[in-house]
Design a protein around this ligand. Sequence first.
Ligand code: THU
Length: 144
Amino acid sequence: MLEQHTIKLLIQKALEARQASYSPYSNYQVGAALLTSDGQIYTGCNIENAAYSPTNCAERTAFFKAVSEGKRDFEAIAVVGGPKDMEISQYAYPCGVCRQVMMEFCKPESFQIIVAKSTEEYEVRTLQEFLPEGFGAANLDCGK
Ligand code: THU
């Protein structure tokens, strides 16, 4: 289980990462902070595009940064999001595509997803809870 100070640190890092959000089309700013099994934190923000579909979510930005630097084992991710210049009043639950990317690299029963409004107000659930019966490498028997 994650310790409370780790949860709060991840939320703080996600809030900081959110400041770099490039979201001129939706004005919805998202930040994420991903904790590796060796204790490092990779952050990410959403990056939008005028052609819309190339948009990358904050969670995937964090995962792709980490994986591109050789990380493959992850413990938890914190996600914060909401409209620009407003207090965060709702949880930003990871979209389906991001849940599937998590499924590629994380154990569904143990990977922890923290959705937060602030360091004081948050929910913690496993990937299994967000993506029950997820499709993963094991289904392909590819020996990953
Ligand atoms: N977004 C994320 O960054 N993460 C999610 O899990 C949901 C959506 C971003 C994508 C887009 O830039 C904006 O939020 C509005 O959909």
